[in-house]
Write a protein that binds this ligand. Structure first.
Ligand SMILES: NC(=O)c1ccc[n+]([C@@H]2O[C@H](COP(=O)([O-])OP(=O)(O)OC[C@H]3O[C@@H](n4cnc5c(N)ncnc54)[C@H](OP(=O)(O)O)[C@@H]3O)[C@@H](O)[C@H]2O)c1
Length: 248
């Protein structure tokens, strides 16, 4: 098992939630960090806390993504992609231009990042994507999130073959208690937490540190490539109080 000590970890979406928590754990393991986000204030806070290099980066901007990788001090050891928000909309109300942008960002964006890795990531290093478990739980408004979540395992497996010996894996998360979940749920957040505590097989809410622990493992366990790993506290095994499978 590799250690993260002395390695360089790049986290796209490293200023909040899962990405920030992974950065904290990698920092504690003595890794050097390069973190991206879209908000300068959050980048500054992450840099102050973790001594990280930072860069403003919008995932949907293909040219900026190329520039970011071109300017990275190479080789890096690990890349985690934990940004790009979900987009929920019933089909009847779907804004197709926005949908196209979201799919481009999630699907082609993942391939654009994969394309950069062979020349930027050292052999045996890793690329890890973060997605959701939506693909297995159909629901109103979830089509686009489901398409992205269904595609990521295929992108991951194919990239693992093409990028070898760089390893490629994905994390499929259920509800994670992050600022994103707080923004999406608003006043419903506490109720959702209570519901999950009462019903999840693990009897607690999954937090960003739980997902970060898996991300760290995928970086350091050199036997792992090409697979998608669930972290949802058993959420997909249960039904919600509305009679549907639970969603984030
Ligand atoms: N939380 C959940 O329940 C859950 C469940 C399944 C999957 N996920 C997925 O896991 C990933 C991380 O989620 P999170 O809950 O940790 O979210 P979060 O707390 O909002 O953090 C997201 C991070 O990504 C950055 N980011 C967001 N959109 C971006 C974009 N378009 N381009 C570049 N950077 C972007 C944010 O930077 P700024 O703050 O500067 O914008 C921030 O650093 C997301 O892809 C999310 O869809 C989350």
């Amino acid at each position: 098992m590799d250690s993260l000590s002395g390695s360089t970890v790049v986290i796209i979406g490293g200023t909040s939630g899962i990405g920030l928590e992974t950065a904290r754990q990698a920092h504690a393991a003595e890794a050097k960090l390069v973190l991206t986000g879209r908000n300068q204030e959050r980048l500054g806070a992450a840099s102050d806390e973790l001594g990280a290099s930072t860069a403003l980066l919008e995932l949907g901007d293909a040219a900026a993504l190329r520039r970011f990788f071109a300017e990275l001090p190479v080789p890096v050891d690990h890349v985690l992609v934990s940004g790009g928000g979900p987009f929920y909309s019933p089909i009847a109300e779907l804004d197709f231009d926005r949908a196209l942008g979201v799919l481009d960002e999630h699907l082609l964006g993942s391939l654009r990042i994969a394309r950069e890795c062979p020349t930027r990531v050292r052999p045996g290093g890793s690329l890890t994507f973060v997605t959701g478990t939506h693909a297995r739980r159909p629901g109103v408004g979830l089509s686009l999130a489901a398409i992205a979540a269904a595609a990521l395992p295929a992108i991951t497996a194919n990239a693992a073959v093409e990028l070898a010996p760089v390893r490629v894996n994905a994390i499929a998360a259920g509800f994670v208690d992050t600022p994103l979940s707080a923004r999406l749920l608003g006043d419903e957040l506490d109720h959702r937490r209570e519901q999950l505590r009462a019903t999840l097989p693990i009897r607690r809410v999954v937090g960003p540190a739980d997902v970060a622990a898996l991300a760290r493992h995928l970086m350091t366990n050199t036997a792992l490539t090409g697979a998608t790993y669930d972290v949802d506290g058993g959420q997909q095994l249960i039904m919600s109080e509305k009679g549907q499978h639970d969603g984030p």
